[in-house]
Design a protein around this ligand. Structure first.
Ligand SMILES: Nc1ncnc2c1ncn2[C@@H]1O[C@H](COP(=O)(O)OP(=O)(O)O)[C@@H](O)[C@H]1O
Ligand SMILES: [Mg+2]
Length: 239
């Protein structure tokens, strides 16, 4: 592995990684925003899965919307068998909640979660972290001052020294990439997944697009490229 390679975490979207000069800079916190069905979960899981299989990096995937079982079934249909990714750990929300209730002195979810992540890191390793989703996490958290608390939480996540992917549910009619309008300023990067209807003859079809709207430390374009998914391969169309 060259130095250049190990400084980047590939997205495993063919064409996009080339445009990013190898992938996301290691240690970045990246927001992955898009509407339902735009492949957010799959994309993030896929990054962690490949990092584990191809590079032996440790990954922690917090699944707060989907049960572990449903997620594993979905990913195995995409050709990503969990058994091949020995250093990738999927924690689902029920397990997480149980652990937080037993371990944490804090009644506050976000604080408890930060402590739990430190424990996971010590026990399982955490080169990469996927949080799926921020919105599900927020739903568990009574905020008093959301912007402050999110700021603090992300600063603490930064201390984990991991490359982090935060899934954000973004309805097509919303302009901001996170629910509280601070996530996009605090994150180092934004990957935007978009779904667009196109008329093909008499049929209305739906196409997927992806753009890098922010990536600190990298010169990149901000174009929306068609995203093709075939036989588990992800690829952007450029011409
Ligand atoms: N085996 C598969 N091959 C290709 N596409 C699939 C496969 N399984 C599911 N999909 C697509 O993936 C979508 C769900 O992706 P997901 O990552 O869960 O989206 P999100 O997290 O953005 O809601 C489905 O709506 C379907 O279109
Ligand atoms: Mg999802």
């Amino acid at each position: 592995m060259s130095t250049e390679d190990s400084a980047r975490i590939p997205t495993y979207i063919s064409g996009l990684d080339e445009r990013l000069g190898g992938g996301v800079p290691r240690g970045h916190i990246v927001l992955v925003a898009g509407p339902a069905g735009s492949l957010k979960s799959t994309l993030v899981y896929r990054i962690l899965w490949h990092a584990a299989v191809d590079r032996g990096l440790s990954g922690l995937y917090l699944s707060m919307e989907q049960s572990r079982k449903s997620l594993m079934a979905q990913m195995s249909a995409f050709g990503m068998e969990a058994s091949r990714a020995k250093t990738l750990n999927v924690i689902d929300v029920r397990g997480l909640r149980r652990e937080l209730e037993t371990n944490s002195m804090q009644p506050h979810w976000l604080l408890g979660l930060r402590e739990q992540l430190t424990r996971y890191k010590a026990e399982l390793g955490c080169d990469l972290l996927g949080v799926d989703s921020l919105d599900a996490l927020y739903a568990l958290t009574p905020f008093e001052n959301p912007r402050n608390e999110i700021f603090q939480f992300l600063e603490e996540i930064r201390d984990l020294d991991a490359t982090v992917f935060l899934v954000s549910e973004m309805p097509a009619d919303r302009r901001t990439f996170g629910a509280y309008n601070v996530e996009e300023f605090l994150a180092d990067g934004i990957l935007h997944l978009r779904i667009k209807e196109v008329e093909v003859g008499l049929t209305t079809s739906v196409r997927r697009f992806v753009a890098v709207l922010k990536m600190r430390g990298i010169e990149h374009d901000m174009d929306y490229y068609p995203l093709l998914v075939q036989k588990g391969r992800f690829e952007i169309v450029t011409d």
